[in-house]
Design a protein around this ligand. Sequence first.
Ligand SMILES: C[S@@+](CC[C@H](N)C(=O)[O-])C[C@H]1O[C@@H](n2cnc3c(N)ncnc32)[C@H](O)[C@@H]1O
Length: 280
Amino acid sequence: MEFSDDYEHPSTDAKLIYTPENIPTKSTKHKFEEFTSGCKCMTLCRVQHECSCLRNFLNYDYDFFTSEDNLQSMHENYTLLKRDMPIYECNQNCLCSQYCGNRLVQYGPRKNLKIVPFDNNSKEKLKSKGAGLFTTAIIKKGNFVCEYAGEIISSQEANKRFKTQEKQKLMNYIFFVNETFGTNIIKTFVDPSIFGNIGRYINHSCDPNCEVIPVRVDNVIPKLCIFATKDINVDEEITFDYGDGQLGFCPLDQTVNKKKKCLCDFVNCRKYLPFCKETE
Ligand SMILES: C[S@@+](CC[C@H](N)C(=O)[O-])C[C@H]1O[C@@H](n2cnc3c(N)ncnc32)[C@H](O)[C@@H]1O
């Protein structure tokens, strides 16, 4: 089974270049280190203490196995159960089957996602949160939606790009995630402003239906993966909380003095979009 992503940017956004997965820039090329080892499981990786990939993240599990050779069915049946350790999927160096329960995000985004522009012809356009991502089919709690993919940039580059965006009053797409492993903190900056995938259209909500989870497949750079935290209905907007404190996932957004109003419409909306000042 191969990675597949049939999405593209709206034709009105001629400047954008679709990249289905993260890509390096000059300053981060050296960080794209591929894994050279894998597990030795002969068919399916079910037992944590026997599989070296599963062993890496003790307390976490995808919900295992579907016998059907069909990507949509995998998206329906593979569910993220818990996560409190880093997630490593099985990779091309593993001996296990391509249907092993520890493979999901490596096959690409789910089908039935659609980009919807907000208030396109409305006088309210200036107040709008821009385009959003919706689903045309039910998504069950725990299901994988898509990756938030773009250019992986350094913190210096992130700050530089953010300042330029701010000057030009552009929307912000640069996010960073802080992962803490013991005393180590790994910061990953992703910018899908120009090179990005369908994940770049997901708006913030103070009452989100998805969350972001870093998953590593064949590379030390994590994929920032969007998973449903509740059942999502047909024609519902897909959202996550831009300021997930636990993960340190945060947009490099407006400064304290230039807070951006949140338009999520939730009764207990926090009123402003989350932001992170410190990036070094
Ligand atoms: C990652 S982009 C999301 C997609 C974007 N709406 C678009 O049209 O491409 C993040 C930007 O969308 C806007 N945005 C997202 N959620 C919002 C919300 N709840 N309220 C207001 N603006 C929002 C902000 O301008 C933010 O900088």
